[in-house]
Design a protein around this ligand. Structure first.
Ligand code: NAD
Length: 434
C-alpha cells in the first residue's frame, strides 16, 4: 500500500491511530519518500514483560509491563513510564512515537520511547510499588542505558520510582549511573526545575499563543482539566502571570469560580487530601464535561488522552487550546477545531518542557555538575519560545494548523537526519549545513 492512501483505521479513539493520522498528513506535505515513511512509522523495538510481585498480604500478582522504542535516529531514546490500569501496548506505542516528534520539534538530541505497567498505583503500598519498579528495571536491564534508552516519570510515577530505577540499574553494574533516568530526586542528581518543567512549558506556550493572537494574557480566562503535576503547575504559573484561572478539575470533577480560583489553596487542599480535589469547597462543583464547554480564552487539557473528540468538540468555546496532556484531542476533532477558528497548541510542543529539562538533567549528570534553577528556567523557556516561533512560521508557510506544522517540523528533522545517517542525503547534495 502506498502511504498516499489514507492511514488504516484501527478503532475509535485509539491514540495510535490519532498519532498515525497526523504523521500521515505531515508526511504528505513534506512529500516524504515511501521508504523513509515506512522507517519512521515503525517502532524500533517493543518489549512486553510479565512481572510476578509479592504483595504485602503474601499473595503473588503478575503485572504486565511494556517498553516501546519508537526511534533512536536523533540519539538515545527518551520517554516516561506510566503506571495506570488502562495502559496497553497500543497506547505505549503511540506515546513512544509522540516522544520522537516532541524531541525533534524542540530540537533536542533524543529519539522517542515510552514504558508502562498495567497496575493501579493508588491501590498499592509504597513497598509493593518499589518491588514492582525494581522488577521492571531488572527486566529492562539490557534496554535502558544513558546512551541507549533513558526513562522518566509519567502518569502514576514520580521521583520515587526514578530513584528505585536508578538504584536497581546501578546495582546490576556495581557503579552509580545516574544519567540512566531523569526526573530523579534532586539529591540523586535530579535537576532543579524538573518537577514544574512541563507546567512551566505549558505556561510559556500559552503566553506565546495568546500574544500571537493578540489576546491580553492579563485577566485572560483559563480552564484547566487535570490537576496533577502538569495541570497544577500550569495553573499556578499562569495565575502568577495575571491570568484568571476560572476552573480546574481532576478525576473527582470540576471546580468553577468566575472570579478566579485561589490556586495556592487548591494545591494545598489537594496535597492534604490524598492528592484529590474531592470536597474542595472554595469553588462551585461542575462536571468535567461542563469544564470543557466554558466560555474561556484558554482551555488546557492536562489529564489523559482523548478528552476532546468529535463528540464534544463543537461545544468548546475557548479561543485557544493548549495541550498539557499527551494526545488529549482525537484526530477527528482536529479539523473541527480548525473550522471553528480555535487555535490549538499541540501536545508535542506545548508539553515539551518536561523532556527539555530531563535533557538538562542528563547533561548535568554527564558533566557531573549542577545548574541553578534560574539557568534551567532561562534555557527551557527560550527553547519553548523558539520552537513555538518556528512552528508558527511553518504554519504560515504551509497554511496549516500549528499541529500539522509541528509534525512537519519534527518529521522533516528526523527524516533528514535519517537520510544523512544512511548516506542517501549528503552534505554536498544538501548544499547548506542545516
Ligand atoms: P498526574 O498523574 O500527576 O495528574 C493527572 C491528573 O489528571 C490528576 O489530577 C487526575 O485526577 C486527573 N484526571 C485523570 N482522569 C481524569 C478525567 N477523566 N477527568 C479529569 N481529570 C482527570 O499526571 P501528569 O504528570 O500531570 O500528566 C498529565 C498528562 O500530561 C498526561 O497525558 C501525561 O502524559 C502528560 N505529560 C506529563 C509530563 C510530566 O512531566 N509529568 C510531561 C509531558 C506530558
Amino acid at each position: 500500500m502506498s502511504y498516499k492512501e489514507p492511514a488504516p483505521i484501527l478503532h475509535d479513539k485509539d491514540p495510535l491511530e490519532s498519532m498515525m493520522k497526523r504523521f500521515h498528513v505531515a508526511a504528505e506535505y513534506l512529500d516524504l519518500d515511501e521508504e523513509v515513511y515506512n522507517v519512521l512509522k515503525s517502532s524500533v523495538k517493543k518489549i512486553i514483560v510479565s512481572l510476578p510481585i509479592s504483595m504485602d498480604d503474601g499473595s503473588i500478582r503478575v503485572f504486565e509491563g511494556y517498553r516501546v522504542i519508537h526511534s533512536n535516529i536523533l540519539g538515545p531514546s527518551k520517554g516516561g513510564i506510566r503506571y495506570d490500569p488502562s495502559v496497553n501496548i497500543n497506547e505505549v506505542t503511540a506515546l513512544a512515537a509522540w516522544m520522537t516528534w516532541k524531541c525533534a520539534v524542540v530540537d533536542i538530541p533524543y529519539g522517542g520511547a515510552k514504558g508502562g505497567i498495567c497496575c493501579d498505583p493508588k491501590q498499592m503500598s509504597l513497598s509493593e510499588l518499589e518491588r514492582l519498579t525494581r522488577a521492571y528495571t531488572q527486566s529492562m536491564n539490557d534496554i535502558f542505558g544513558p546512551d541507549k534508552d533513558i526513562p522518566a516519570p509519567d502518569v502514576g510515577t514520580g521521583p520515587d520510582q526514578m530513584a528505585w530505577l536508578m538504584d536497581e540499574y546501578s546495582r546490576a553494574r556495581g557503579v552509580t549511573i545516574n544519567a540512566v533516568v531523569t526526573g530523579k530526586p534532586i539529591i540523586l542528581g535530579g535537576s532543579a526545575g524538573r518537577i514544574e518543567a512541563t507546567g512551566r512549558g505549558v505556561m510559556v506556550a500559552t503566553l506565546a499563543a495568546l500574544t500571537k493572537n493578540k489576546i491580553n494574557p492579563f485577566n485572560a480566562k483559563v480552564a484547566i482539566q487535570g490537576f496533577g503535576n502538569v495541570g497544577s503547575w500550569a495553573a499556578l504559573l499562569l495565575k502568577e502571570r495575571g491570568c484568571n484561572i476560572v476552573a480546574i478539575s481532576d478525576i473527582s470533577g470540576g471546580y468553577y469560580d468566575e472570579k478566579g480560583i485561589d490556586i495556592g489553596k487548591a494545591i494545598q487542599y489537594r496535597n492534604e487530601n490524598k492528592g484529590t480535589l474531592e470536597g474542595f469547597k472554595e469553588a462551585t462543583k461542575i462536571s468535567n464535561d461542563e469544564l470543557l464547554k466554558l466560555e474561556v480564552d484558554v482551555l488546557i487539557p492536562a489529564a489523559l488522552e482523548n478528552a476532546i473528540t468529535e463528540k464534544n468538540v463543537n461545544s468548546i468555546k475557548a479561543k485557544v487550546i493548549v495541550e498539557g496532556a499527551n494526545g488529549p484531542t482525537s484526530h477527528e476533532a482536529d479539523s473541527i477545531i480548525e473550522k471553528n477558528g480555535i487555535i490549538a497548541v499541540p501536545d508535542i510542543l506545548a508539553n515539551a518542557g518536561g523532556v527539555i529539562v530531563s535533557y538538562f538533567e542528563w547533561v548535568q549528570n554527564r558533566l557531573g555538575f549542577k545548574w541553578t534553577k534560574s539557568r534551567v528556567y532561562r534555557r527551557s523557556d527560550s527553547i519553548i519560545k523558539q520552537s513555538f516561533n518556528n512552528v508558527y512560521s511553518i504554519s504560515k508557510k504551509y497554511k496549516v494548523s500549528l499541529r500539522t506544522a509541528a509534525y512537519i517540523a519534527a518529521i522533516d528533522k528526523v527524516s533528514r537526519t535519517y537520510k544523512y545517517r544512511d548516506g542517501s542525503f549528503t552534505f554536498q547534495k544538501n548544499g547548506q549545513n542545516t
